[in-house]
Design a protein around this ligand. Structure first.
Ligand code: ATP
Ligand code: MG
Length: 158
């Protein structure tokens, strides 16, 4: 359905912010203007839940998580950046494969199956978007996905 992504994003971040205690710093780097997209809320919730849980899981205590919304042409860019352990260059594309996990031993301790990002990719592509990872080992990771923006509704002056 038609969703104001700004409000939807805020509510998801709020839910994580309540649970995080003092362990992380959240930074919302976007304005409160409305941004409309046609999405299945449950599916995109699943995408964001995984991306944000990953950011928390692979970051140290006191880490900062930055949330961004950027509009470019007819797409909305949704971006989550952490300053955690990062992903080695040769693994960047593979993290979207089913069951792929960087450093099996360390990842196993963290819990999870390695399916989260594979599902996220599938869900984003169903919506006509794309998803990718950028990272520097030891510095942090940015996950970006896009969603087609709905045309702003024309003002009706009649
Ligand atoms: P699941 O999501 O199924 O619980 P998972 O988190 O291990 O398990 P994915 O979310 O698919 O699986 O991520 C795949 C792998 O990519 C992770 O195991 C981890 O090695 C790496 N990864 C994902 N996000 C990050 C991140 N923000 N920082 C560092 N590594 C990451
Ligand atoms: Mg995950």
């Amino acid at each position: 359905q038609m969703v104001n992504f700004t409000k939807f994003f805020d509510q998801i971040i709020d839910r994580f912010e309540i649970g995080k205690g003092d362990h992380f710093i959240f930074e919302r780097a976007y304005s409160q203007r409305e941004r409309f997209v046609m999405i299945d809320k449950d599916k995109i919730t699943q995408v964001l839940d995984n991306i944000i849980s990953n950011a928390l899981k692979y970051s140290p205590e006191g880490g900062k998580i930055r949330f961004e919304l950027v509009q470019k042409e007819n797409n909305l860019y949704v971006r989550v950046t952490d300053d955690g352990v990062g992903i080695p260059k040769q693994d960047l594309a593979k993290v979207f494969d089913r069951f792929y996990r960087v450093d099996k031993a360390r990842s196993r301790k963290m819990g999870g199956t390695g399916l989260g990002l594979a599902i996220a990719k599938e869900m984003v592509e169903i919506h006509g978007g794309q998803i990718w990872a950028e990272s520097e080992e030891g510095k942090g990771t940015t996950i970006t996905f896009t969603l087609p923006l709905e045309k702003e509704r024309e003002e009706d002056f009649s």
